[in-house]
Design a protein around this ligand. Structure first.
Ligand SMILES: [Zn+2]
Length: 332
């Protein structure tokens, strides 16, 4: 059952990241490079008891993106005096303590943290955070699909905080300042809406542990990429081993693909995929895979069944891996 101040967890840590990127020449193993980790520890009454704020010296993108420079007010010189990611992350883990429950505003920070940790080959001891933005939407705005940025949410809840620029520790502190009001709103929810919120949070926690993959391909056409079995295979998010397809990749609409696969050790895996064309005209494949629940399994099988019922002509360029493979094998 959801609770911000869960009895089982000793430390509630609200964290926020700033990251940098190079939109023109991204490294697909780490498209977003963390340059700052900010966090605060809160007690059971959501009072801040300690803060953590560190800059990270970039390894990949040493020039700051213009927009990020504007928003954060950071400079390259400042970052050059930061510490290596591995050192800052190790200190952060130590500062958090064992059994820490992380809290973030929004769903973006945790995947970026996981990807940075993987890039630097450092361990990742944290379980997925509670997304306070999502809880706020469900409890204060009437729907988890309603999203508000942090500062609008502060206005909405009449929370004022005298803190300086848009930096990680500041955003973490602002998020922490909302937790008491959000928790009160959660406690006041009707049981059925509360159950819905819990279901959404459980789903988000599964999605947050997704295996993410961005792979530049040698293909200009999606049909060619779909016929490449090595490229298309889904690795189990739990063990990394190859899975077997239950339904092949198929276009669920607007070039967004879904598939179901099975790991013999970990059960069903749900995959999402899309392609992006880069400046050289070739496609980059972006794939996400996470443990499927009953709803994912039933929903995807049904969507694929309906897809197959569509006559070829009426699929309107909605492609499918099975067709692409058959065409390739047929030598067409
Ligand atoms: Zn597995």
């Amino acid at each position: 059952m959801f609770s911000l101040a869960n009895d089982a967890c000793r430390h509630l840590i609200v964290f926020d990241l700033e990251w940098n990127q190079n939109s023109y020449h991204p490294n697909h193993r780490m498209p977003h490079e963390i340059i700052e980790i900010g966090a605060c520890r809160v007690d059971r009454s959501y009072a801040v008891t300690d803060t953590f704020s560190r800059l990270i010296r970039p390894r990949l993108y040493t020039r700051l993106d213009k927009h990020i420079k504007q928003v954060t007010g950071m400079t390259e010189e400042e970052l050059a005096h930061g510490d290596a990611f591995a050192d800052v992350f190790a200190d952060f883990i130590h500062w958090c303590g064992e059994d820490a429950q992380l809290v973030t505003w929004g769903r973006d920070d945790f995947p970026v943290l996981r990807r940075n940790a993987a890039f630097h080959q450092t361990g990742m001891p944290f379980t997925p955070p509670i997304d306070a933005q999502l809880v706020f939407g469900g409890a204060c705005l009437g729907s988890c699909h309603q999203q508000m940025n942090l500062h609008a949410a502060m206005e909405h809840l009449h929370v004022e905080l005298d803190a300086p620029a848009h930096r990680a520790v500041y955003d973490a502190t602002c998020t922490a300042a909302l937790l008491a009001a959000i928790d009160r709103a959660v406690a006041a929810m009707a049981p059925d809406r509360r159950a819905q919120l819990d279901a959404v949070l459980r789903r988000e926690a599964r999605i947050a542990t997704s295996a993410l993959l961005s792979v530049p391909t040698k293909y200009a056409y999606q049909s060619d990429a779909l016929a490449d079995e090595r490229l298309m295979h889904i690795a189990c998010p739990a063990c990394g081993r190859r899975t077997s397809f239950d339904t092949p990749w198929f276009d669920t609409g607007r070039d967004k693909y879904a598939a179901l696969a099975r790991c013999s050790a970990h059960g069903m895996v749900y995959g999402q995929m899309h392609f992006k064309r880069v400046s050289n005209g070739l496609l980059i494949m972006h794939q996400r895979a996470y443990a499927a629940d009953e709803a994912d399994i039933a929903g995807t099988r049904e969507a694929y069944r309906l897809y197959q019922l569509l006559p070829q002509k009426k699929r309107h360029h909605r492609l499918c891996m099975a067709d692409a493979l058959a065409k390739k094998r047929g030598g067409a």
